[in-house]
Design a protein. Structure first.
Length: 476
């Protein structure tokens, strides 16, 4: 293998003798903090070329012990996201090398180990430096000096991971359902959640719901939590809005509080089309907590089966699911309405809200949402045509990591199609929510308190509702 030249998007992995092997392999062939012998070495060149005149830069990352079978570290898609998300450096890294133990063929249970003492960590890194220099681009040596190869670290909130099932969907491909114990906001007591991830974008949690334990978790030691996950001594909370962007999406419905209140007073359920089902938490919340008539569109039937089996999704007369390409179905609905059919799968002819939670299938761009196809004029016209006069389009947005012009383009396109645009920031700093309206939103701050708005704020909080910011107005 020749790594002397950079080749955009090239991904190769190989084994290499461990220069710092376990000194006593017989009792325990893979003790904590020791990596396998041989090592797995994976090399990925950035899809983004280095600026002209700038020497290419290589970085490395040690795979956390026990996570080597996690798709984040064992797949090209996961590797790419790690590279792109680390490229906030200046200049961005040209190559990322992952080094870790050999992965198994199936994700295995994981328990986070205590941090390795600095002297031991530096010893491992120093032993790998000759390898890293040997596979650095030759142009990195053009100035006559030995290039620096910084080691990056990986951190997330997972303390324990218990894989439940790996499935293969006809549209999204392989996916994994797993129970996790996570540490949030410095709390001493971990939280237990169930989540779904796709192999094509393993760094993105597609959906997650909260577990309510049947006992006091504070009495468990950290080593007991894997046993707790295996015991299943907890109850699902299907309507919990755990994903960071779901509460802001729901907060966007405050812009149609007047419409929803009038319908509820007339014993008519407000209607919502959810494009992208995932585990069904958003749909379940809208149906059970806000009294919406919900229609979900999901491209992959296996995802819906997973939502029913593992995430508590229950369909009834007020929550229906259609399988198929969401964008294609929206176009068909618009055509049916134009022809006067108004069937819309036995739901209303128009929706009070359309909520879009679709990620891009373009792995090269990393994690992003929505797909660029969704903001094409033909699609947005179809969306607009099946919204009620006072309806809103609510979109979860993740800008591509390598495209800083995305936001301006996205807002510009929507501004030309809708009357007003609003933005809601998400605390994770990766997502934001855009709300586009078909008509001007009337200020209802001086009116009597709406029951709908009160119920909505009980979950998302009044601060989130008040943080909604108008970013565009087009009265044409």
């Amino acid at each position: 293998m020749d790594f002397s030249e950079l080749c955009p998007c090239r991904f190769q992995s190989f084994t290499f003798p461990n220069p710092n092997p376990n000194p006593n392999p017989n009792p325990n062939p893979n003790p904590p903090h020791h990596y396998s012998d041989p090592l797995r070495v994976a090399v990925l060149d950035s899809p983004v070329t280095s600026p002209q005149g700038k020497a290419p830069t290589t970085s490395a990352m040690l795979v956390p012990p026990g996570r080597e079978s996690d798709w984040i570290f064992s797949t090209e898609a996961g590797h790419l996201h790690l590279l792109l998300s680390s490229s906030s450096s200046s200049p961005p890294f040209s190559r990322l090398v992952l080094i870790g133990s050999l992965p198994s063929s199936f994700p295995i249970p994981y328990t986070r180990l205590p941090l390795l003492p600095d002297k031991d960590l530096y010893s491992i890194q120093d032993s790998l430096l000759p390898l890293l220099l040997a596979i650095s681009p030759k142009s990195a040596f053009d100035h006559g000096s030995i290039p620096q190869v910084p080691f990056l670290s990986f951190e997330d909130d997972a303390l324990h991971i218990l894989p439940l099932e790996v499935l293969d969907g006809p549209s999204v491909g392989e996916m994994i359902v797993e129970d996790v114990a996570i540490q949030k906001d410095g709390s001493c007591v971990p939280q237990i959640r169930r989540r779904l991830r796709f192999k094509r974008m393993p760094n993105l949690i597609q959906t997650q719901i909260r577990f309510i334990p049947d006992f006091d978790l504070s009495s468990c030691s950290s080593t007991d939590f894997l046993s707790v996950l295996k015991s299943r001594s907890f109850r699902l909370e299907p309507a919990s809005l755990v994903q960071p962007y779901l509460a802001p999406m729901v907060a966007g419905l405050s812009l149609i509080a007047n419409v929803a209140e009038e319908k509820i007073a007339s014993e008519i359920r407000p209607s919502c089309l959810c494009v992208g089902v995932g585990g069904g938490a958003l749909l379940t919340y809208l149906r059970t907590q806000l009294g919406f008539n919900v229609h979900g569109l999901e491209t992959d039937s296996v995802v819906v089966d997973v939502a029913r089996k593992y995430f508590g999704l229950v369909e009834d007369e007020f929550l229906r699911i259609s399988i198929g390409d969401g964008i294609g179905i929206i176009k068909r609905y618009a055509q049916e309405k134009e022809r006067g059919n108004n069937r819309l799968e036995k739901l209303s002819s128009s929706f009070d809200a359309i909520m879009v939670d679709l990620d891009s299938e373009d792995v090269i761009s990393g994690v992003s949402a929505p797909p660029l196809e969704f903001i094409e004029e033909e699609v947005l016209l179809a969306v607009k045509s099946i919204l009620c006069k006072n309806g809103v389009l609510v979109i979860n947005v993740i800008p591509p990591l390598d495209d800083r012009s995305f936001y301006r383009h996205f807002v510009s396109v929507l501004s030309n199609m809708f009357v007003e645009l609003y933005k809601i920031d998400v605390q994770d700093n990766e997502n934001f929510v855009i709300v586009a309206t078909r008509s001007e939103i009337q200020d209802s701050s001086g009116e009597s308190r709406h029951q709908f708005l009160t119920k909505l704020e009980e979950v998302v909080g009044p601060q989130l509702v008040s943080s909604i910011t108008k970013i565009s107005s087009y009265n044409a």
